[in-house]
Design a protein. Structure first.
Length: 153
C-alpha cells in the first residue's frame, strides 16, 4: 500500500515539472492624434471628434489597463490645450455620450480594462472620444496638448 502512495506522489510532481509554461504578457500602445479641426469661438455646439488607441499584446494571459494622463492642465477632469498663453478647454472620454472621462482612475476618471482571455486575442482598438466645449472665446491660433497614454499589464 505504501508503494502505491509514493508512486502517485512521484507522478504528480512529474506533471508539475513537465507542464508547459506560459509566456509573460507584453503590450505596446499606438496612439492617434485626436484632431478636432477648426473651433468657431462662441459656438453653441461642442466640437467632437474620435480616434482609436491601439493596444497590441503578445505572450500569455493577463489584464491590460490603459490610462490617460492630464496633459497641460495637470488635471484629468479639466484638460485644456494651449496656444501660447491662451487655453481651449476640452476632454477625452471612454464613451460616445462623452460622460465618462478617460484618466487614471482618480477622482471621477476611469481607466480602460481589457482582459486577455485568449492568447490569440492580441489587438484591441479602444475608441477615445474628444470634445472641445461650446461657448468658449479663445484667441485665434493653433491649440494643442500632449497626453501620455500608459498601459499597465
Amino acid at each position: 500500500m505504501r508503494f502505491k502512495r509514493s508512486r502517485l506522489l512521484c507522478c504528480l510532481v512529474l506533471l508539475l515539472i513537465v507542464a508547459p509554461a506560459e509566456a509573460a504578457l507584453n503590450c505596446r500602445v499606438s496612439t492617434p492624434t485626436l484632431a478636432f479641426g477648426t473651433y468657431t469661438p462662441g459656438t453653441p455646439q461642442p466640437l467632437d471628434t474620435s480616434a482609436n488607441v491601439q493596444v497590441r499584446c503578445q505572450g500569455g494571459r493577463g489584464q491590460v489597463f490603459v490610462a490617460l494622463g492630464a496633459g497641460n492642465s495637470g488635471n484629468m477632469e479639466n484638460r485644456y490645450m494651449l496656444s501660447g498663453g491662451n487655453t481651449l478647454s476640452y476632454n477625452a472620454y471612454l464613451n460616445a455620450a462623452r460622460t465618462i472621462i478617460w484618466g487614471d482612475g482618480s477622482g471621477s476618471t476611469r481607466v480602460i480594462l481589457r482582459i486577455m482571455l485568449r492568447p490569440n486575442r492580441r489587438v484591441f482598438d479602444i475608441p477615445v472620444y474628444g470634445r472641445v466645449f461650446a461657448g468658449q472665446d479663445p484667441a485665434p491660433g493653433g491649440y494643442s496638448d500632449s497626453v501620455v497614454v500608459t498601459a499597465y499589464f
